[in-house]
Design a protein around this ligand. Structure first.
Ligand code: HAS
Ligand code: CU
Length: 564
């Protein structure tokens, strides 16, 4: 029998704020840049949601800002690629610093990462707002963008690699100082996320450097659009786990401590992160089920692999909820479901936000299962349903978790207490309801065959579909709630960041959950990343090699188009 630890880990205990002194500057910069991108991208989101009820506010914006597809491109790029990317670099850096209890190995590299990321963001955003890169966030060829757009994305990807390298170096020096010790879970989770992302990003790097950038610079006349699209999804599906795993990192290693409990199983947590390294990449063709030119057998392989990558999320549902339940029972919760009431739903915005994120994430997991079925996908592909799915996942679950994390992260890094705790509780609940209502409307529209990525205010056929009306109104109402919830988030963050310095009242440390079992029965094979990485690379080569070679050698090349 394993011995249970007598007391939960100290929620706010730990090494004290001086641990973060060296790295707090660049981490804060990444977090604030991510907030700015979230703000501007979010405003466009509201406009798009209103458009689904044929309320068109675009014409009121000046110049190129008033173009629907320019706005839609900015919305997707700023939120899906840049807000997430910049927040994650900052947050994973902190997870490494806290997990290994040492500053990042290379301070210069950290600031260089920030410089490269800012240059990349600007290089992408400027052509978008000049209507020279209206290619949506998936930038499918033959839609052609200004070279700055592709070069900027190269820089952003480079910044993620630089942050990964810094994490890796920090880990190596930690290992030299701690021979034979197990890597702490928080650091292992961050390193596994970086390893998964590095493997995943090779598709994007190839698409940009070999094809899209030279094509947009005029060095190539044509491009194989099916190949660049497939390379995009090589990265595009695991990209969603690059957004998700930092949220999982918080749910596993931080949230239980915030509740006053412990992590149910450290071994399962390690297994989950390592399984994503292996299983995340060989799945991306589930975004191309309807594409002619991709062989059916390859689609089947990727479909099966998609079902495999659902497994670690199912384990997460079990493990994280068990940890939450344990914490709730320590707070006096009783009964089969009565323990839920012992959770701080209305008093702790950081905890409540993450619990609400989990609830909505479970619904998006179910719609993900539907999407990934080869024949069900035919019903929903390219409809508003998929937009509903992605908003429960990244816009609700991931973003709400990042907001909830920010409620302790910004106070910790700024040395100031959180401003407006009650407002923050209102904020997470309204983000939750706003997302749920909006996504429900989107799913409904999709099932009533509304296409995605369509300027509905100009769709002459809109009136022919009676259901779109109500579903559109629901979508728009959710979007308006999200607008106010977003504005509230920025007000709380700004007032916190600009408030009076008061380190004594601010959190002193990153919350870190101890394991339920003592000592943690962690086998050696759950403490290594390289073998899992090699296995992941091998599976990726098997699942992608044949379809990529086939597409590269058989399909026609296209010139580029600028449609707007
Ligand atoms: Fe997805 C399309 C399949 C997860 C994001 N997805 C998208 C797109 C985006 C996106 C952005 O197979 C659109 C891309 C585009 O523009 O074209 N997705 C899946 C599957 C999963 C999945 C199988 N997606 C995500 C995540 C995302 C994301 C995560 C972002 C963060 N998705 C697809 C497919 C398409 C797709 C197709 C293409 C559709 C098409 O036709 O174009 C799985 O990974 C999901 C597994 C998750 C679960 C849920 C586990 C539940 C947990 C919570 C437990 C908590 C509970 C509450 C129960 C099985 C961990 C407890 C409460 C307490 C209070 C204690
Ligand atoms: Cu996917």
């Amino acid at each position: 029998m394993r011995r249970l630890q007598p007391e939960p880990a100290e929620p706010a205990g730990g090494p004290g704020a001086e641990l973060y002194a060296q790295d707090r500057g660049h981490i804060q910069a990444f977090i604030y840049i991510s907030f700015i991108l979230l703000a501007v991208g979010g405003v466009y989101g509201t406009l798009q949601a209103l458009d689904k009820a044929q309320v068109d506010l675009y014409p009121y914006l000046p110049g190129f800002l008033s173009l629907y597809y320019t706005g839609l491109t900015f919305h997707g790029v700023a939120l899906a690629l840049l807000f997430t990317g910049t927040f994650i670099i900052g947050f994973l850096s902190l997870a490494i610093v806290h997990g290994l209890k040492r500053p990042l190995a290379d301070r210069g590299l950290a600031w260089a990462t920030l410089t490269v990321a800012v240059a990349g963001v600007l290089a992408m955003v400027v052509p978008i707002f000049r209507n020279q890169a209206t290619v949506l966030f998936t930038f499918y060829a033959p839609l052609k963008a200004h070279p700055g757009f592709y070069a900027g994305l190269v820089l952003v990807a480079l910044a993620t690699w630089m942050a990964a390298l810094n994490a890796w170096q920090t880990w190596r020096t930690w290992k030299q100082d701690h021979p034979g010790e197990r890597t702490p879970l928080m650091a292992l989770a961050a390193l596994a996320t970086w390893a998964m992302w590095f493997l995943a990003s090779l598709g994007l790097a190839t698409a940009l450097l070999v094809y899209l950038l030279p094509w947009s610079l005029g060095e190539r006349e044509t491009v194989n659009h099916l190949l660049t699209r497939a390379l995009f999804w090589f990265t595009g599906h695991p990209l969603v786990y690059f957004w998700l795993l930092p949220a999982y990192l918080s749910w596993y290693t931080m949230l239980p401590a915030q509740i006053g409990g412990r992590l149910f199983s450290e071994s399962l947590a390690r297994l989950v992160f390592l399984l994503f390294v292996v299983l995340a990449v060989p799945t991306g063709l589930h975004h191309m089920y309807t594409d002619p030119g991709v062989e059916h057998s390859s689609k089947v392989v990727h479909g099966v692999m998609t079902y495999a990558v659902i497994f670690p999320s199912l384990v997460t549902a079990f493990t994280v909820v068990a940890s939450v339940e344990e914490g709730a029972r320590r707070r006096g919760g009783r009964g089969y479901v009565g323990w839920l009431l012992a959770l701080p739903w209305l008093s702790d915005p950081s905890v409540a936000g993450q619990l609400l994120a989990m609830l909505i994430f479970a619904t998006g997991g179910i719609t993900g299962l539907i999407n990934s079925s080869l024949n069900m996908n035919l019903v929903v592909h390219n409809t508003m349903w998929v937009v509903g799915h992605l908003h429960t996942q990244v816009a609700a679950a991931v973003t709400l978790t990042f907001m909830a994390v920010s409620y302790w992260l910004v106070p910790l890094l700024r040395g100031r207490p959180l401003w407006g705790r009650r407002w923050a509780v209102v904020q997470v609940w309204s983000w939750f309801f706003g997302s749920a209502i909006m996504a429900r409307g989107m799913h409904w529209m999709g099932l009533a065959s509304a296409p995605r990525r369509t300027y509905m205010s100009f769709a002459p056929y809109y009136g022919a579909f009676a259901e779109w009306n109500w579903a559109g109104i629901m979508t728009a109402s959710g979007g308006v709630i999200l607008f106010f919830a977003g504005a509230l988030f920025f007000m709380i963050m700004a007032r916190t960041a600009l408030g009076k310095p008061n380190p004594a009242e601010a959190p002193q440390s990153v919350p870190e959950a101890g394991p339920l079992h003592d000592p943690p029965p962690t086998p050696r094979w759950l403490d290594r990343i390289t073998p899992w990485f090699v296995l992941g690379a091998a599976l990726a080569a098997i699942a992608w090699g044949w379809p990529l070679v086939r597409i590269a050698t058989r399909y026609a090349e296209m010139p580029g188009f600028q449609l707007w």
